[in-house]
Design a protein around this ligand. Sequence first.
Ligand SMILES: [Zn+2]
Length: 212
Amino acid sequence: MKIIFIGPPGSGKGTQAKRLAGRFEIPHISTGDMLREAVAAGTPVGQQAASIMAAGQLVPDDLMIRMIDDRLSRPDATKGFILDGFPRTLVQAEKLETIVGNGNGSLRVLQLLVPDDAIVRRITLRRTCAQCGAIYHLENQPPANDSVCDRCGAEVIARPDDTEEAVRKRLESFHRQTMPVATFYKSKSILREVDGIGPVDEVFERIEQSLA
Ligand SMILES: [Zn+2]
C-alpha cells in the first residue's frame, strides 16, 4: 500500500490519512508534521526550512525531496506508506517516481474532493478552547453556553488565521499548486477521486472502497 493522499486544507485529509494508516499498519508521513518536528528539533533541515518559512516562502523542492527520500528509506516504510502533503509540485511528483522506483507501478493516489464553500463553512465556524484545545463548530457542535468551553469553562475563540479571506487564500494556492500534480497522476490512470463530504465514517468507507 503506497498511497499519496491529496486534499485541500480543511478537507479532513489528515484525520482520514491517520485512520487509513492505522487500518493498514503503515506510517502516515505528513510533511507538515515532519517540518514542524524538524524545526522544533533544530536539525539542519529544520533550520533551513525555518528561515525559508519565516520569510514567507515555500520550502523548495530539493529540500522536500531530500526529506522524503530520507524518510522513505527507513525500515517502517518498506511495506507501504501514506504520503500527506507530498508531492505538492510536478517536480516533486516526477522525483518521487525515481524514489519509489518502478515508474509509480505500486502507487495509488487518492484525491479527497470537498468544494471550497464547504471548507470555508467548516473552518470559519470552527471555535477552539483557548485553555484545553477542545474544538467546536458553531453549527454542528456548538458549546452549550455561547462562548464558554463545556469541558473547562474557558473562553472559546476563533483562530486568527481562520477568517474567510485567509481560508480562501489558502485554498487558492492549494488549487494552483495541486492541479498539475493531480493531472499528472490522472494521465497515469492511478488517481482515484473520493467525495469528501459527509460524516468522517462515511468518507472513510468511500476511501476504503476506492482502494479495494
Ligand atoms: Zn476548554
